[in-house]
Design a protein around this ligand. Structure first.
Ligand code: APR
Length: 248
């Protein structure tokens, strides 16, 4: 159970603002593939065939199939939040208003673990977007080429609500402001390959946050962190957060 060593967390000043960046590694033990590990998604699929706006224009069926497969897997019973997701949700419950999860992941495991304050900078698998109005909505059925929006007349093509390579991530103004104001910046389960997410630690360092990497192995940006602990997220995240709160 992640909880502060003392019960009174009401007075704001004493608790820091904790911003957490997560990547595919935090969901690996829940059974979802990462991108750049062995047997990762980018081993099986060429990015330019399934994860760019040009790919969608060129061959929407292939892109729909790629995201339908990931949606189906995410919705299967054996994919559940793991101890790392749960520890983050417990941290937020213990320190309401002081914890923000910025995730590169498009799964809903943070929310299913109980995290409320979550920003998906690369979009979400379970929603869709109108290709014309860019309105977003929950997509219950699989994508297919007859899928049309309900917001335009005549109705238009819809696309997965995913930020593809070459597109701007969501919520960047809010994310940069939160990282600038963070007292603690914790990066979990990301290889530090993709910007702007990979550059957030430099902003955190510049604005004086204590920066921590929790990962299976040192990431490409590991030298930018003041502290690091390596191991499986389901081990290293709960133990780090417990120790962190005891030390406050
Ligand atoms: N526990 C902790 N870390 C893990 C675990 C685990 N069980 N398994 C893997 N990792 C680590 C790997 O060592 C690696 O550093 O998670 C990281 C996963 O890296 P990537 O596969 O590159 O995933 P990510 O960093 O999230 O990719 C960023 O790239 O393709 C785009 O949009 C996509 O959001 C994604 C972005």
């Amino acid at each position: 159970q992640i909880s502060p060593s003392h019960t009174d967390t009401s007075s704001d000043s004493q608790w820091p603002n904790i911003v957490i960046l997560t990547g595919a590694g935090i969901s690996a033990e829940s059974g979802l593939k990462t991108f750049r590990d062995n047997d990762g998604l980018w081993e099986e699929h060429a990015v330019e065939e399934v994860a760019t706006p040009e790919a969608f224009t060129r061959n929407p069926e292939l892109v729909y199939r790629f995201y339908n497969q990931r949606r189906e897997q995410l919705q299967s019973d054996d994919v559940q939040p793991n101890a790392a997701h749960i520890a983050l949700a417990q941290l937020e419950a213990a320190l309401p208003e002081h914890v923000l999860v910025i995730t590169q992941n498009v799964d809903d495991l943070h929310e299913r673990a109980g995290s409320k304050n979550v920003l998906h900078m690369h979009g979400e698998l379970l929603s869709a977007r109108c290709n014309h109005s860019h309105r977003r909505f929950i997509m219950k059925s699989p994508f297919d080429c007859t899928s049309r929006c309900q917001c335009c007349s005549p109705s238009q093509t819809i696309r997965p609500d995913i930020v593809w390579f070459g597109e701007m991530p969501f919520h960047m103004d809010e994310i940069e402001r939160a990282v600038q104001e963070a007292d603690v910046f914790i990066s979990i389960g990301t290889s530090g390959n993709v910007y702007p997410a990979a550059g957030l630690v430099q902003i955190a360092n510049h604005y004086g946050a204590h920066t921590v990497e929790l990962n299976l192995v040192p990431s490409d940006g590991n030298n930018d962190f003041l502290e690091a602990h390596y191991g499986l997220a389901s081990d290293v995240v709960p133990s780090y957060l417990t120790q962190y709160l005891k030390g406050k």
